[in-house]
Design a protein around this ligand. Structure first.
Ligand code: NAG
Ligand code: NAG
Ligand code: NAG
Length: 186
Protein backbone atom coordinates (compact mmCIF):
# COMPACT_ATOMS: atom_id res chain seq x y z
CA UNK A 1 0.00 0.00 0.00
CA UNK A 2 2.75 2.41 1.01
CA UNK A 3 4.65 1.53 -2.12
CA UNK A 4 1.59 2.11 -4.25
CA UNK A 5 1.07 5.53 -2.66
CA UNK A 6 4.71 6.40 -3.19
CA UNK A 7 4.65 5.46 -6.84
CA UNK A 8 1.41 7.40 -7.27
CA UNK A 9 3.05 10.47 -5.74
CA UNK A 10 6.13 10.12 -7.89
CA UNK A 11 3.93 9.67 -10.94
CA UNK A 12 2.11 12.88 -10.08
CA UNK A 13 5.36 14.72 -9.53
CA UNK A 14 6.59 13.62 -12.92
CA UNK A 15 3.35 14.64 -14.55
CA UNK A 16 4.08 18.17 -13.34
CA UNK A 17 7.13 18.46 -15.54
CA UNK A 18 6.51 19.32 -19.16
CA UNK A 19 8.94 16.80 -20.54
CA UNK A 20 8.49 17.80 -24.15
CA UNK A 21 10.58 20.89 -23.43
CA UNK A 22 13.41 18.93 -21.86
CA UNK A 23 14.88 16.39 -24.25
CA UNK A 24 17.31 13.85 -22.81
CA UNK A 25 20.61 13.10 -24.53
CA UNK A 26 19.93 10.12 -26.80
CA UNK A 27 21.69 6.94 -25.67
CA UNK A 28 22.66 8.57 -22.37
CA UNK A 29 25.06 6.48 -20.33
CA UNK A 30 26.14 7.66 -16.86
CA UNK A 31 29.80 6.67 -17.40
CA UNK A 32 29.95 9.48 -19.95
CA UNK A 33 29.33 12.13 -17.29
CA UNK A 34 31.48 10.67 -14.50
CA UNK A 35 34.62 12.53 -13.47
CA UNK A 36 35.75 16.14 -13.20
CA UNK A 37 33.87 19.11 -14.72
CA UNK A 38 34.11 22.92 -14.83
CA UNK A 39 31.05 25.14 -14.94
CA UNK A 40 31.25 27.53 -17.90
CA UNK A 41 27.81 29.17 -18.16
CA UNK A 42 24.67 29.47 -16.07
CA UNK A 43 21.31 30.67 -17.34
CA UNK A 44 18.02 31.01 -15.49
CA UNK A 45 14.45 32.12 -16.06
CA UNK A 46 14.94 34.33 -12.96
CA UNK A 47 18.33 36.04 -13.22
CA UNK A 48 18.65 36.81 -9.52
CA UNK A 49 19.13 33.13 -8.63
CA UNK A 50 22.45 33.03 -10.52
CA UNK A 51 23.72 36.44 -9.44
CA UNK A 52 25.95 37.05 -6.40
CA UNK A 53 24.29 35.42 -3.41
CA UNK A 54 21.80 33.55 -5.60
CA UNK A 55 20.91 29.99 -4.66
CA UNK A 56 21.96 28.67 -8.08
CA UNK A 57 25.31 30.44 -8.50
CA UNK A 58 27.10 27.11 -8.30
CA UNK A 59 30.20 25.50 -9.70
CA UNK A 60 29.91 21.81 -10.43
CA UNK A 61 33.30 20.15 -10.19
CA UNK A 62 32.61 16.45 -10.47
CA UNK A 63 30.22 13.54 -10.76
CA UNK A 64 30.65 10.11 -9.22
CA UNK A 65 28.40 7.16 -10.10
CA UNK A 66 27.18 5.28 -7.05
CA UNK A 67 26.68 1.51 -6.98
CA UNK A 68 22.89 1.92 -7.09
CA UNK A 69 23.04 4.07 -10.21
CA UNK A 70 22.48 7.39 -8.46
CA UNK A 71 24.94 10.24 -8.98
CA UNK A 72 27.02 11.94 -6.30
CA UNK A 73 27.46 15.47 -7.64
CA UNK A 74 30.03 17.90 -6.16
CA UNK A 75 29.07 21.56 -6.13
CA UNK A 76 30.78 24.65 -4.75
CA UNK A 77 28.56 27.53 -3.82
CA UNK A 78 28.51 30.55 -1.60
CA UNK A 79 26.83 30.30 1.75
CA UNK A 80 26.88 33.14 4.31
CA UNK A 81 29.85 34.70 2.52
CA UNK A 82 31.92 31.51 2.44
CA UNK A 83 32.57 29.13 -0.38
CA UNK A 84 31.33 25.69 0.60
CA UNK A 85 31.67 22.32 -1.04
CA UNK A 86 28.59 20.15 -1.03
CA UNK A 87 27.53 16.80 -2.36
CA UNK A 88 24.10 16.25 -3.84
CA UNK A 89 22.74 12.83 -4.50
CA UNK A 90 20.82 12.84 -7.78
CA UNK A 91 18.45 9.90 -7.72
CA UNK A 92 17.91 8.12 -10.98
CA UNK A 93 14.46 7.88 -12.55
CA UNK A 94 13.01 5.48 -15.12
CA UNK A 95 14.40 7.69 -17.86
CA UNK A 96 18.18 7.40 -18.44
CA UNK A 97 19.68 10.87 -18.12
CA UNK A 98 16.94 12.19 -15.83
CA UNK A 99 17.39 12.44 -12.06
CA UNK A 100 15.78 14.16 -9.07
CA UNK A 101 17.25 15.69 -5.94
CA UNK A 102 16.36 17.96 -3.05
CA UNK A 103 17.69 21.53 -3.01
CA UNK A 104 15.28 24.18 -1.80
CA UNK A 105 12.51 21.91 -3.00
CA UNK A 106 12.27 19.02 -5.43
CA UNK A 107 14.51 19.48 -8.47
CA UNK A 108 14.39 17.63 -11.76
CA UNK A 109 17.84 17.27 -13.30
CA UNK A 110 18.18 16.30 -16.96
CA UNK A 111 21.26 15.77 -19.09
CA UNK A 112 20.11 17.47 -22.27
CA UNK A 113 23.43 17.18 -24.08
CA UNK A 114 26.59 15.20 -23.39
CA UNK A 115 29.78 14.96 -25.45
CA UNK A 116 33.42 14.26 -24.64
CA UNK A 117 33.90 18.01 -24.28
CA UNK A 118 30.72 19.42 -22.74
CA UNK A 119 27.54 18.65 -20.83
CA UNK A 120 24.32 20.62 -20.54
CA UNK A 121 22.22 20.13 -17.41
CA UNK A 122 18.65 21.36 -17.14
CA UNK A 123 17.37 21.96 -13.60
CA UNK A 124 13.70 22.56 -12.94
CA UNK A 125 12.25 23.60 -9.59
CA UNK A 126 8.50 23.74 -8.99
CA UNK A 127 7.09 25.94 -6.25
CA UNK A 128 3.83 27.72 -5.52
CA UNK A 129 5.24 30.84 -7.13
CA UNK A 130 5.84 28.96 -10.38
CA UNK A 131 8.56 27.08 -12.18
CA UNK A 132 12.20 28.07 -12.03
CA UNK A 133 14.46 26.74 -14.79
CA UNK A 134 18.25 26.83 -14.63
CA UNK A 135 20.39 25.61 -17.54
CA UNK A 136 24.07 24.88 -16.89
CA UNK A 137 26.91 24.45 -19.38
CA UNK A 138 29.84 22.40 -18.10
CA UNK A 139 33.11 21.56 -19.80
CA UNK A 140 35.73 18.89 -19.24
CA UNK A 141 38.18 21.79 -19.38
CA UNK A 142 37.63 25.56 -19.64
CA UNK A 143 37.17 25.07 -23.39
CA UNK A 144 33.81 24.24 -24.95
CA UNK A 145 33.53 23.59 -28.68
CA UNK A 146 31.04 25.05 -31.17
CA UNK A 147 28.74 22.03 -30.93
CA UNK A 148 28.40 22.42 -27.15
CA UNK A 149 27.88 26.19 -27.33
CA UNK A 150 25.28 25.79 -30.07
CA UNK A 151 23.42 23.11 -28.08
CA UNK A 152 23.44 25.47 -25.08
CA UNK A 153 22.11 28.38 -27.12
CA UNK A 154 19.39 26.17 -28.56
CA UNK A 155 18.28 24.76 -25.22
CA UNK A 156 18.26 28.07 -23.31
CA UNK A 157 16.17 29.55 -26.09
CA UNK A 158 13.80 26.56 -25.99
CA UNK A 159 13.40 27.15 -22.25
CA UNK A 160 12.68 30.85 -22.69
CA UNK A 161 15.92 32.03 -21.06
CA UNK A 162 16.98 35.34 -22.67
CA UNK A 163 20.67 36.16 -23.36
CA UNK A 164 20.68 38.76 -20.57
CA UNK A 165 19.86 35.97 -18.09
CA UNK A 166 22.98 34.00 -18.98
CA UNK A 167 26.16 34.41 -16.93
CA UNK A 168 29.48 33.49 -18.53
CA UNK A 169 31.65 32.33 -15.66
CA UNK A 170 34.75 32.32 -17.85
CA UNK A 171 34.43 36.06 -18.19
CA UNK A 172 33.58 36.69 -14.57
CA UNK A 173 36.14 37.77 -12.00
CA UNK A 174 35.15 34.86 -9.80
CA UNK A 175 37.00 32.42 -11.99
CA UNK A 176 40.66 33.15 -11.10
CA UNK A 177 39.95 32.91 -7.37
CA UNK A 178 38.39 29.50 -7.90
CA UNK A 179 41.33 28.17 -9.83
CA UNK A 180 44.01 29.74 -7.66
CA UNK A 181 42.52 28.85 -4.32
CA UNK A 182 41.58 25.40 -5.45
CA UNK A 183 37.86 25.78 -4.85
CA UNK A 184 38.10 27.40 -1.46
CA UNK A 185 36.76 30.73 -2.62
CA UNK A 186 33.87 31.38 -5.00
C1 NAG B 1 13.40 35.70 -8.48
O1 NAG B 1 14.11 35.14 -7.40
C2 NAG B 1 14.21 35.97 -6.27
C3 NAG B 1 15.04 35.23 -5.23
O2 NAG B 1 16.30 34.95 -5.74
C4 NAG B 1 12.81 36.28 -5.73
O3 NAG B 1 12.92 37.16 -4.65
C5 NAG B 1 11.96 36.88 -6.82
O4 NAG B 1 10.64 37.02 -6.36
C6 NAG B 1 11.96 35.99 -8.05
N1 NAG B 1 11.26 36.64 -9.14
C7 NAG B 1 10.28 36.04 -9.80
C8 NAG B 1 9.66 36.81 -10.91
O5 NAG B 1 9.91 34.89 -9.54
C1 NAG C 1 29.73 11.56 -2.14
O1 NAG C 1 31.11 11.77 -2.33
C2 NAG C 1 31.81 12.29 -1.20
C3 NAG C 1 33.26 12.52 -1.60
O2 NAG C 1 33.80 11.43 -2.22
C4 NAG C 1 31.70 11.32 -0.05
O3 NAG C 1 32.31 11.88 1.07
C5 NAG C 1 30.24 11.05 0.25
O4 NAG C 1 30.13 10.09 1.26
C6 NAG C 1 29.54 10.56 -1.02
N1 NAG C 1 28.11 10.35 -0.74
C7 NAG C 1 27.54 9.16 -0.96
C8 NAG C 1 26.10 9.06 -0.58
O5 NAG C 1 28.13 8.22 -1.47
C1 NAG D 1 12.20 25.87 -5.36
O1 NAG D 1 10.93 25.35 -5.01
C2 NAG D 1 10.67 25.35 -3.63
C3 NAG D 1 9.31 24.69 -3.41
O2 NAG D 1 9.32 23.39 -3.88
C4 NAG D 1 10.68 26.74 -3.07
O3 NAG D 1 10.51 26.71 -1.66
C5 NAG D 1 12.02 27.39 -3.41
O4 NAG D 1 11.98 28.75 -3.01
C6 NAG D 1 12.29 27.32 -4.88
N1 NAG D 1 13.62 27.86 -5.11
C7 NAG D 1 13.82 28.89 -5.89
C8 NAG D 1 15.22 29.38 -5.93
O5 NAG D 1 12.94 29.42 -6.53
Amino acid sequence: MKLLLLSLCLGLAWALQDQSQVPVQLGFCPEQVAGPWQTIKLGATNRSVIEDGGAYLCFMTGIQILANGNLNVTYFHRKDGNCVKEYYIAEKTDIPGRYTFEYEGQIYLTFVFVSNIAAIIDLENHSESGILTVVELHGRTWFVDKQGLEAYREHTSRRGIPQRNIVNLLASRKLPSIILKNGHKC
